[in-house]
Write a protein of this length. Structure first.
Length: 86
């Protein structure tokens, strides 16, 4: 413990901007944007996690299998939501 006035010996220097930083561009309403492929990605991930869950089940790891089944359920719900939105 020190006696006397406290002095701040830590000096913070402002960092210079990164040389590789890309300037932000604004989106204009007339600009065309690519269509999202959420349902395709969700379907791929759904099948991938189901396969991982089945593999874990065959290996006897029920906790790991349940984890993968939960991920698969998430992507299943994402697929269902994407189909409702279109």
């Amino acid at each position: 413990m020190q006696n006397g006035p406290r002095t701040n010996t830590t000096f913070y220097q402002q960092r210079p901007a990164a040389p590789f930083a890309v300037p932000s561009t604004r989106w204009s309403p007339g600009a065309s944007r690519p269509e999202p492929k959420h349902s395709q990605d969700a379907k791929k991930n759904y099948h991938r996690y189901l396969e991982l869950a089945r593999t874990e089940t065959l290996n006897g790891n029920t906790v790991g299998a349940e984890n993968y089944y939960q991920y698969a359920e998430h992507y299943y719900r994402s697929m269902s939501w994407d189909l409702k939105g279109t």
